[in-house]
Structure formats: C-alpha cells, structure tokens
Design a protein around this ligand. Sequence first.
Ligand code: HEC
Length: 90
Amino acid sequence: MKVKHVKLFLVSVSLFFGALFLASCTPSQAQASKPGALLWGENCVRCHNAPSPSAFSDSQWEVVGKHMRIRASLTADEVDKIVEFLKMAN
Ligand code: HEC
C-alpha cells in the first residue's frame, strides 16, 4: 500500500469507530421506553432489597425518589417512572 492509501485507511477507520463511540453515548430507545416497574426491579435491588410499594405512602415515595435518585445516579425521567409505579402499586 502507498503511504497515501494507508493514511486514507486510518482516517476512515477512526471515523468509523468515532461514529460508533458517539452512537453508544445517546440513550438507547430500549432504556428510555422501560416501564417504571422494570426500572424499579433493575435498579432498586442494586444496593438493598427493593422496598415493597406498600412500604411507604405516596408522599414518602416522593421523598425516597429524590434521595435514591442521587444514590442510584438515575435520570429524573427514570425516577419519575419508578415513583409513579410505586405510588400506583402501594
Ligand atoms: C447506589 C446504591 C443504592 C441504590 C441503587 C438504591 N438505594 Fe435505596 N438506599 C441506599 C442506601 C445506602 C440507603 C440507606 C442510607 C440512606 O438513606 O442514604 C438506602 C435507603 C433506602 C430507603 C430507606 C429504607 C428505610 O427502611 O428507611 C428506601 C425506601 C430506598 N432506599 C429505596 C430505594 C429505591 C426505591 C431505589 C430505586 C430507585 C433505591 N433505593 C436504590 C442505597 C441505594
């Protein structure tokens, strides 16, 4: 291969992986469309047993949501869905 061709090859390879990297940063559709119950089951068991929806009242869940959003580093949207689910199921 000529030097010029090697350079061209390297540029296209880095563009390809650059694009892959960028694509991996945007939240996937699957994550965004997960229902609250699923997010609760996946996230709230990471550090302790997932508390039962009936363990707290609606207003208590609001507070727990704010607190655990920081602990679990969830997005506002994810926590909203989880709290929505817990308030619906308690
Ligand atoms: C990164 C770890 C972590 C994750 C993930 C996590 N928690 Fe917690 N949770 C804690 C810790 C640590 C405590 C106790 C200390 C405190 O209050 O910060 C706690 C305490 C609690 C309590 C209080 C328990 C009691 O009986 O007083 C509730 C309720 C709770 N978590 C709910 C949740 C919910 C709902 C989720 C999912 C959105 C969640 N947690 C995700 C770490 C976590």
